[in-house]
Design a protein around this ligand. Structure first.
Ligand code: NAP
Length: 105
C-alpha cells in the first residue's frame, strides 16, 4: 500500500492499521512532508537537539518506530541527505520519545 503519511499528516492511519493487521507493506509518501519536517525551525528542530540525530532522521525514525510494515522512501537530490536518511534506521526511539514526537507535530 502507498499513501500520504508522515509525522505531521496521519490521515491514512486507518489504512496503516489495516496494512499492519494484514501484514502488508505500507509505503508512506511524503515521508518527511516534502522537507517541511527536515527544515531548521520546523517541528522537529527542537526535539532533534535532544537526540544525536537530524530533524529528517527523527521524522524517518518515528515512521520506522510506528510500524514494522512501514517502508519509507524519502526523495532527495543530495548524496549527503541520502546517507543521512539511510542512517535514520540506526536511530532508536523508546516509548517515551516516540510518544513525545507523536505529540509534537
Ligand atoms: N504514490 C504517490 O502518489 C506519490 C506521491 C508523491 C510522492 N510519492 C513518492 O514518495 C517519495 C518521496 O516524495 P517526495 O520526495 O516528494 O517527499 P519527501 O521525501 O517527503 O521530501 C523530499 C524533500 O525533502 C528534502 N530532504 C530529503 N532528505 C533530507 C534531509 N536529510 N535533510 C533535509 N532535507 C531533506 C529533499 O530535498 P533535497 O533534494 O535537497 O534533499 C526534498 O525537497 C518519492 O519516492 C515519490 O515518488 C508518491
Amino acid at each position: 500500500m502507498q499513501n500520504l503519511y508522515n509525522l505531521a499528516n496521519r490521515s491514512a492511519e486507518d489504512v496503516l492499521t489495516y496494512a499492519e493487521a494484514e501484514n502488508i507493506a505500507f509505503i508512506p509518501w511524503f515521508p518527511i512532508a516534502t522537507g517541511e519536517l527536515a527544515r531548521p525551525g520546523g517541528p522537529l528542530d527542537g526535539p532533534s537537539r535532544l537526540h544525536d540525530a537530524s530533524p529528517a532522521q527523527l521524522a524517518l525514525a518515528w515512521l520506522l518506530r510506528r510500524s514494522p510494515v512501514m517502508l519509507p522512501i524519502p526523495g532527495t537530490y543530495s548524496a549527503a541527505h541520502l546517507e543521512e536518511n539511510v542512517n535514520a534506521a540506526l536511530v532508536r526511539l523508546d516509548d517515551k520519545e516516540f510518544e513525545a514526537l507523536t505529540a509534537a507535530a
